[in-house]
Design a protein around this ligand. Sequence first.
Ligand code: 13P
Length: 251
Amino acid sequence: MRRPIVVGNWKMNMLISSSRKWVEELLNISDCAGTIDIVVAPPFTSISVVRQYLEGSKVLLAGQNLASIAEGAQTGEISANMLKDAGCDYVILGHSERRQYQRESDGLINKKIFLACQSGLNVILCVGESMGERNSDKTNDVIERQLTACLEGLSEDQLNSLSIAYEPIWAIGTGNTANPNQVQDVHGFIRSWCEKSLGKSLSRVTRILYGGSVNSQSSPALMAQPDVDGLLVGGASLRSKSFYDIIKSSF
Ligand code: 13P
């Protein structure tokens, strides 16, 4: 019922030349056609070349961020419409790195989600707790607070295209993948929050992804969990072969 999805988030990595090579290599290994959604989120500067080289494949594009207003005098920002115009179908919002380094609040992320929906982008909303919050048993409280504030005021129509990525901060870029039981516990909590707050039918279709040091060794057991519908991959998505190995070993 929920189509599996694997997203590669390149973060602030890859020049135009390496982006092009990545796509060529990936499409050489596989045509990526199948029963899952494969999405790549390059930096803004590589979106155009990745789009060009992906032409004719089933791999979709995502932006890593967008501006909190629709258009105008915001030097250095990229709008939702610009991402759509550049060929993106998805956008990643609320990533913990943006919350931490750019001080993005839940309220700001909420504004961005509205703009993304208006432009027809599918939102991947990231949530997750720090190690300190986990150790003091606050994980579910943090997730609930983030979900409630980031999704406030959105209509059922807008929420239809939402995916939620659980990314515990302590697992990102550390090599410490959360274990499958920890992941299922939180995903189960997110699913029940969706049912309570968004309704039964939305809770059935909302995809919940896990992200945090995923590799091809950890991915099969993660994907085997009933509430894990996909993966959000950082470091291991930077090489086409390891990204492909994750896809191949998980489905
Ligand atoms: P890593 O896979 O490098 O831990 O990054 C995860 C992430 O933040 C994806 O958005």
